[in-house]
Ligand binder design. Structure first.
Ligand code: FEH
Ligand code: ZN
Ligand code: ZN
Length: 343
């Protein structure tokens, strides 16, 4: 079978011919219907995370996968050949406190296919170590399901963490309208009454943010972000910042835009650190929290929402052998929504 594999950091992926995996026990082989291309794949391929996530190369990249059950091990329950499934990406140990609490993505010894020591979904088939990491997606097309496993899931968890704080007078600020941002805007409008302001860097992205339902859009190429926020919110400031980019620049702007008791949620992984001003954090009671991916039940919730046809998923489709082109387009900011690879 074909798989797009990273052999050395900072080199292009190679389309290798590798052995078809054999399922045993609880494991399942899934025929990949689509695999999403995420910015995290690019960070990973550039070796930016090689100390934090040490792996032995070569490795098949891809942590956003959906497809069809192909073959099951003899202890697999509740799945049959041909079932449409989403591959949950946080492969926990299953027994630590986080896993037992339902947050396997926060496991003490986590594995993420395509980012740690398991092959991911840029391939014709993926070997999933247990059926517990598969969520049935009956009636859905894997091309739309694949992006939901991360781009759709990550902002869902982040929005759920804050939505009880949002009301019709509140303002939520988003940086970026890439794969995750498209969903974040939609969840905020579907699950809360807040006013959404999205900061973008081009007219094309401004149009996309509007299409996804953003109430206000600020183009940072032509406007001063903080003054525009003051104008839109009539000096009130922002209740919740969802930073899906999380570069030092966006995090600094996020903190500077908060109103009293405002919350900054760090979701993206673009930067490495930023500083929080002590005096204003205390006197204004700011909170800064992180949000990692989503858990299995949250993925099931996202799939239920998708099956109501209320979620728009803009996709840009590439063949598996066009993986290089897909990655280049993402790096160049040319993808509207999510790029997917279809074997
Ligand atoms: C990246 C690295 C490790 C865990 C989770 C992630 C996600 O942001 C995947 O996009
Ligand atoms: Zn990702
Ligand atoms: Zn665990």
């Amino acid at each position: 079978m074909k798989a797009a594999r990273l052999h050395r950091y900072n080199e292009s992926l190679q389309l290798d011919e590798i052995d078809f995996p054999k399922p045993t026990g609880e494991s399942v082989v899934v025929k990949v219907g689509a695999a999403g291309v995420c910015h995290s794949d690019i960070h990973f391929m550039h070796g930016e995370w090689k100390d934090a996530l040490p792996v032995k190369l070569p490795l098949t990249v891809g942590h956003e996968t959906a497809g069809y059950v192909e073959e099951v091990g003899d202890s697999v329950r509740g799945l049959a050949k041909g079932d449409v499934v989403a591959v949950f990406g946080g492969w926990g140990c299953g027994v630590c406190q986080a896993c037992k609490g339902g947050d396997e993505q926060l496991c003490v010894s986590p594995n993420w296919p395509g980012l740690s020591q398991y092959d991911g979904g840029y391939a014709e088939y993926i070997h999933v170590p247990t059926y517990r990491f598969l969520v049935k997606a009956k009636g859905l097309d894997p091309k739309y399901v694949a992006p939901l496993t991360d781009a759709g899931l990550t902002p869902y968890r982040a929005v759920k963490k804050v939505r009880h704080l949002l009301n019709p007078n509140s303002f939520t600020l988003l940086f970026g309208v890439g794969g995750l941002g498209c969903y974040a805007i939609q969840y905020l409008k579907l699950l809360s009454p807040t006013n959404v302001i999205t900061v973008v860097r081009s007219e094309t992205k401004a149009k996309l943010a509007k299409e996804m339902g953003s109430d206000y859009v600020i183009n940072s190429k032509g406007e001063d972000v903080i003054s525009s926020i003051k104008k839109i919110t009539e000096n009130q400031g922002i209740d919740v910042v969802l930073d899906i980019v999380s570069s030092k620049e966006t995090l600094d702007m996020g903190i500077a835009s908060l109103r009293k008791k405002g919350i900054l949620v760090i979701v993206g992984l673009m930067g490495s650190s930023f500083s929080v001003p002590i005096m204003s954090s205390v006197v204004n009671e700011y909170s800064v929290i992180g949000s990692l991916w989503g858990n299995y039940n949250e993925l099931a919730e996202v799939l239920s929402l998708a099956s109501t046809k209320k979620l728009k998923t803009p996709i840009n489709q590439f063949r598996l052998n066009e993986v290089g082109k897909a990655i280049e387009s993402l790096e160049a900011g040319k993808i509207q929504g999510r790029a997917i690879l279809v074997p």
